[in-house]
Ligand binder design. Structure first.
Ligand code: 5AD
Ligand code: SF4
Length: 484
């Protein structure tokens, strides 16, 4: 069981969304269907894939039965994510039975580990491509057209797709994800990401600012800067586009370093009406400099996703999170001190290897301490190849993991409501994102703390504009009010 909030940024369970874009100019007559699973980074990658293939004349379609190329961009963070993808591939195999020319491919995080299974044993797919090999897709599709099976799962130390301007798929024209780095060097013991996405590398800040500026010019009003650990973003001016280094001497000047606080500032300065969000922060790396930068700019949202995973220091050590309970609490204190009105969300894992009842209680008391606005909560799921799988037995029985999850979820529901209620009677600046799901007489949008706000449509206000909304009441997940 997973508890989910309406926020899509960290919602790892997003599944099966078919992504469609505008018709392409140099149409090759072939249609691409691409379905994405997992985190925002995967959805952002699908936009890069669509851009690479649009260059070659592929149009997208929302119906895989009409497609010539069917891609599924996969997630392997937990076992259930993998199961869902496998079931979906079987359905695609059915469609391919009726249309033998169809190319079916697996992209993303499952590619490396399951390539031989998918390609050879189960013969479910024609092409398997890892997250750093998307530039190779046109060649790989050509190879499949010639009757071969094609695979490229090489991970790179340099690839950031910096020069590719992603095609915005299924976009509302208001919010966009912008990838600022790839990979992860942290090696949390439960996590498969360092193996599926490779080493951490940061993207050239100028290409990031140019992409955000372009989005703003096209009418977008919110960008979310994405990375597995945005606080370790670091760009050296002596870094060349190909990832190699040039010495400061070659450059004739000392190398300039851009860190995450600098990058946030560069993006915030594009325009005061461009909201800047970011995800994910790491408790060991989030600096006061970042917090002061958030406090300094009104358009950098007061919202930090700060995964705790566990509230117990021994478990955090086993998880290789490199901070302990006291350190995490100190970082939360710093957030509260420097940005007094800041929403904090988190990720929590229940039933990690050897976790005792008392240690689980430390997670519950951590939740009391922080009073998170949102949380994404999971039972521990052992992933093959991770440090935890190699070192520790997955020894907490499933019913206990589930019971602990239930307690964590119940507590979070309580605090989510408490935090929402704190908005009552306040005037919130809301970026209007569209009509509410329930009625086209209401608009919906979010305040800078990422709370969803619903209010009656008023003449003179359109999606993409900001409105000052007086919050009058709330449900468990939504604020309700009126424009003033
Ligand atoms: N089991 C359960 N949850 C996991 N996560 C990552 N790996 C696992 C795993 N093996 C969760 C963490 C992480 C979020 C993206 O997914 O909480 O922060
Ligand atoms: Fe996984 Fe830890 Fe990296 Fe997050 S920081 S992607 S949990 S290894």
């Amino acid at each position: 069981m997973e508890f989910l909030t309406p926020d899509k940024t960290h919602d790892e369970s997003r599944q099966g969304e078919a992504l469609v874009l505008e018709p392409v100019e140099k149409n090759n007559g072939r249609k691409l269907y691409i379905e994405s699973y997992g985190c925002a980074m995967n959805f952002s990658d699908s936009e890069i894939v669509a851009s690479i293939l649009a260059e070659k004349g592929f149009e997208t379609t929302s119906d895989y039965n009409n497609a010539d190329v069917v891609f599924i961009n996969t997630c392997s963070i937990r076992e259930n994510a993998e199961t869902r993808v496998r079931n979906r591939l079987k359905e695609f195999a059915g469609a391919k039975g009726k249309n033998p020319g169809m190319v079916v491919g697996v992209l993303g995080c499952m590619a490396e580990r399951l390539k031989s299974k998918f390609l050879e044993e189960e013969k479910l797919v024609d092409v398997v491509v890892g997250p750093d090999a998307y530039r190779d897709l046109p060649n790989l599709i050509d190879r499949v057209d010639e009757g071969q099976r094609a695979v490229n799962v090489l991970l790179s130390r340099e690839e950031t797709y910096a020069d590719i301007s992603p095609v915005r798929l299924n976009s509302n024209g208001i919010n966009a994800f912008v990838s600022i780095m790839r990979g992860c060097d942290n090696m949390c013991s439960f996590c498969v990401v360092p193996f599926t996405r490779g080493r951490e590398r940061s993207r050239d800040p100028h290409s990031i600012v140019a992409e955000c500026q372009d989005l703003f010019d096209k009418g977008y009003r919110e960008v979310t800067l994405l990375g597995q650990n945005v606080d370790s973003y670091k760009w050296n001016a002596s870094q060349l586009a190909d990832g190699s280094e040039q010495s400061a001497e070659d450059l004739g000047e000392a190398a300039d370093v851009v860190n995450f606080a600098n990058l946030l500032e560069m993006v915030a300065l594009i325009h005061p009406d461009l909201r800047v969000r970011f995800s994910t922060s790491h408790p060991k790396d989030i600096t006061d400099e970042v917090l002061y930068t958030i406090a300094k700019y009104d358009n950098i949202c007061n919202y930090i996703h700060l995964p705790v995973q566990s509230g117990n220091s021994r478990i955090l050590e086993l998880m290789n999170r490199t901070y302990d309970r006291a350190w995490y609490m100190e970082r939360v204190d710093a957030i509260r001190r420097i940005i007094p009105d800041c929403a904090i969300s988190t990720d929590i894992i229940t039933g990690f290897c050897t976790e005792t009842e008392e240690e689980h209680n430390d997670t519950l008391t951590m939740m009391d301490y922080v009073q998170y606005d949102y949380a994404y909560m999971f039972m521990y799921s052992e992933r093959p190849g991770t440090l935890a799988a190699k070192r520790y037995a997955d020894d907490i029985p499933e019913p206990i993991k589930a019971m602990r999850l239930k307690q964590v979820v119940a507590k979070q529901q309580q605090y989510s409501y408490v935090r929402l209620q704190q908005h009552l009677g306040r005037v919130e600046r809301v970026l209007i994102e569209g009509y509410s799901k329930k009625s086209d007489k209401d608009y919906c949008g979010r305040n800078d703390k990422n709370a969803m706000v619903v209010f009656p449509v008023q003449e003179g206000y359109k999606p993409g504009q900001y409105a000052n909304v007086l919050v009058e009441r709330c449900t468990t997940a939504t604020l309700i009010g009126k424009i003033i």
